[in-house]
Design a protein around this ligand. Structure first.
Ligand code: PLP
Ligand code: TYF
Length: 394
């Protein structure tokens, strides 16, 4: 059997992480994998998460199984964080999953079960795991234009023109905020237009939200999914706690099936629980429980929000520093888009050869499509990167 196995395509982001580790240079700069890092290059456990963990150690009296769909406290705390009061709890079916990736996978499996013909529309470009999982599941997919290489903003006309080719019942995968890999996001007005468009065309939104709180703030970043939850007959949401709670390796995520018709929730709920059982029985609980404790405790929640705001503002400041440094060097506003993008990533617009040159000559690691992780920078490395960008002729 094993001799039938064939090598599978590697994840280019994870391959880059390995290449960075193997580089012996002291001066190297890691702008690759999407993990938050502070100015010292550390990815700390957030204060409130640490405090919750300490408390959990004292009060936890069993490690017996949770429910198949995870803990109801986690469902309500995280669905409330993402959706606020836009829909009532009885309109949302939830399953805790191993990370946001688990929620994406389970959401796709639900679509395949309910509507095997439905085509999944992905932004061009998108997070590589989206097409990779969809292809693995054997589901039909298509791309819609999203990023305008010339302006480094959203190609909104292109997006709607391409989505106009979708058939009723198709699914449109949207990044809830902080688009990965481009950093270019829909405005509130564009979200409203997309919502009207999807509803008129009978398309179903599937929102992947992995960076709530990393863009314009916890509430502002949830505008898109909240507006869709209010206006669409039904939708799916995959939420990740990896970044905004810093619990990457704990694998905490939530799949939400939202329906205007609360009578559908019981079957939706039974279905997502069934899907959990088919794939791994019970979802991991530790990270989900820490997240729940932070969200349910006023003091921990306030401290978490303060720390998250610090992270967010730090990234905004680095964006501005990089845009300013480039403006000074080339005497043009050509890179001002870096300050307008939101979240951890920006797509710089460099060629693969230019990305390669920056890695060879300066030890600067960014993904080959020129996505850079802003959080990998600090005040010392911003000028080094700005020099390298100019030198490479980007
Ligand atoms: N979706 C996007 C766009 C991401 O960038 C990530 C990255 O981490 C995820 C989902 C899911 O992450 P995780 O499975 O680590 O929660
Ligand atoms: O895009 C990123 O860098 C993050 C982390 O297979 C990540 O989303 C990258 C690759 C992967 C899983 C997570």
């Amino acid at each position: 059997m094993f001799d039938q196995l064939k090598p599978q395509p590697a994840d280019k982001i994870l391959a880059l992480m390995a290449a960075f580790r193997a580089d012996p240079r002291d001066q190297k700069i890691d702008l690759g994998v999407g993990v938050y890092k502070d100015a010292e290059g550390r990815t700390p456990v957030m204060r409130a998460v640490k405090a919750a963990e300490q408390k959990l150690w004292q009060v936890e009296d069993t490690k017996s199984y949770t429910g198949l769909a995870g803990d109801a406290g986690f469902h309500s705390a995280l669905s409330q964080l993402v959706l606020g009061d836009t829909v009532s709890a009885d309109q949302i079916a939830c399953a805790a999953t191993p990370g946001g990736t688990g929620a994406i996978r389970q959401g796709l499996e639900l679509i395949r079960m309910a509507a095997p013909e439905a085509r999944i529309w992905l932004s061009a470009p998108t997070w590589p795991n989206h097409p990779s999982i969809i292809k693995y599941l054997g589901m039909p997919m298509a791309e819609y234009r999203y990023f305008d290489d010339a302006t480094r903003g959203v190609d909104f006309n292109g997006m709607l023109t391409d989505l106009d080719k979708a058939k009723p019942g198709d699914v449109v995968l949207l990044h809830g905020c902080c688009h990965n890999p481009t950093g270019a996001n829909l405005t509130y007005a564009q979200w409203q237009e997309v919502a009207d468009f999807l509803r008129a065309k009978q398309l179903i939104p599937f929102v992947d939200i992995a960076y709530q709180g990393f863009g314009d703030g916890l509430e502002a970043d949830a505008f898109g999914p909240r507006h869709l939850a209010k206006t669409q007959p039904e939708m799916l949401i995959a939420a990740s706690c990896s970044k905004n709670f810093g619990v990457y390796r704990e694998r905490a995520g939530l799949l939400m099936c939202v329906s205007q018709d609360a009578a559908k929730t019981a079957l939706n709920q039974a279905t997502v629980a069934f899907l959990n059982r088919q794939n791994y029985s019970f979802p991991p609980d530790h990270g989900a429980r820490l997240v729940t404790m932070v969200l349910q405790d006023d003091l921990l929640r306030a401290d978490w929000q303060t720390e998250l705001e610090g992270i967010r503002n730090g990234m905004l400041s680095l964006r501005q520093q990089l845009a300013d440094a480039l403006r000074k060097r080339i005497n043009s506003d050509r890179f001002d888009f870096l300050a307008q993008h939101r979240g951890m990533f920006s797509r710089l617009g460099a060629t693969e050869a230019q990305v390669e040159q920056m890695r060879e000559s300066h030890g600067i690691y960014m993904v080959s499509d020129s996505r850079l992780n802003i959080a990998g920078l600090n005040a010392d490395s911003v000028p080094i990167l700005a020099d390298a960008i100019v030198e490479a002729g980007v």
